[in-house]
Design a protein around this ligand. Sequence first.
Ligand SMILES: NC(=O)c1ccc[n+]([C@@H]2O[C@H](COP(=O)([O-])OP(=O)(O)OC[C@H]3O[C@@H](n4cnc5c(N)ncnc54)[C@H](O)[C@@H]3O)[C@@H](O)[C@H]2O)c1
Length: 433
Amino acid sequence: MNIAVIGTGYVGLVTGVGFAETGNAVICVDVDVSKIDRLKRNKIPIYEPGLEPMVRRNQDEGRLSFTTDVATAVEAADIVFIAVGTPQDEDGSADLRHVLDVATVVGQHMNRPKIVVTKSTVPVGTAEKVRAAVAAQTKVGFAVASNPEFLKEGAAVQDFMKPDRVVLGVDDSETEATLRELYEPFVRTGNPILFMDIPSAEFTKYAANAMLATRITLMNQFADLCERVGANVEHVRLGIGTDERIGRAFLFPGPGYGGSCFPKDVKALVSTARGAGFPLELLESVDRVNEAHKHVPFAKVKASLGGSVRGRTIALWGLAFKAQTDDMRDSSSLIFIAEALAQGATLRVHDPKAMDEARRRLGSTVSYVESPYEALEGADALVVLTEWQEYRVLDHERAKKLLKSPVVVDGRNLYDPARMRKAGFTYASIGRI
Ligand SMILES: NC(=O)c1ccc[n+]([C@@H]2O[C@H](COP(=O)([O-])OP(=O)(O)OC[C@H]3O[C@@H](n4cnc5c(N)ncnc54)[C@H](O)[C@@H]3O)[C@@H](O)[C@H]2O)c1
């Protein structure tokens, strides 16, 4: 099949490469000239394990190309995927400007019937807006569909190539048949392709993220309560995760959820619900509680340093919102850094993959170091905010030698509290005493 993917970010790039990998002819489009130039040279603008060799192979074998020329890409395509960003608007709703701009351009280049698929995360009703924006530009017949994406950054290739399920909102049988054929190679082990009406598909993506964000937030609140009543959230996590009805995934307490999706999608669903005259009070609390919880690591380091960080140096391990990505969008590290700087601390930061992104966002407000232990040199405390593998075993002796005072705040519960204390650290984590 001939496919155009418009928007070559985390989702668009992985989608385009995934479809090329299964034998389709794919053109990926972006307005970002430098991103496209780099991709043409097989340089991947994001850190995503496994992506580079697939881009290279599919480009070399002629199934995948990159362009800023949306007209050519749309005209060559039978199926157009819209995968541009849907950031948070000022009122919390999803900003559909990019999606609808693309729909207009697609309409302008509708040289023959096509399927226009929205892959971006968009509120219920957006497919109809896309349909109207395309139709305003053309008399050629076309179909719309909704295909929300569930990939996880850091495991995006694996998730796209072997999805738990594919959700497709369609309203005609021909489109259903075409999209089934496109996705069948990805579900050969029997995972389902779930066809449904378009509004339900649009809703499903928000429902999934809202459910996961709620689960994390509830665990974070359990953690905070555990500290106050003398329980250990790690035991509680195992105790409930082994209940089949609950399951083990997504129960780790931490420094508050971040990333490019949960915060904005929770807010967008809250906004949709308010607009529908049916406020989702539970989800509104989740959003509020999560924002508050993001301040917990800073409060802990401040308390461990005697109530003030002024003039102190803090070593920070982990800037990305989670491990295996360089994405810092809405990362709790940003809250930590802003608060620490505002209260007079100096920061020495490290992340295995997000240093370029951090330099772009933070400029010269913090010091960047090349290795984790370099961050500890002369620091008053170590704070860990991302669960990167390389942070999981702390060299106690080395850390104590480098730190001015042996204070460790572990926002990911990587270390054992008893062992840390025995080794002489002043140690705080999330939900464990
Ligand atoms: N990142 C994720 O993990 C993830 C997972 C599932 C769904 N989503 C959703 O997918 C969508 C894309 O997310 P992302 O993380 O890939 O975003 P992103 O910011 O990484 O990429 C979006 C890309 O679209 C490009 N773009 C914007 N306007 C354009 C236009 N008019 N024409 C062509 N290109 C244009 C931008 O230059 C950018 O490269 C969002 O709706 C997001 O909520 C993201």
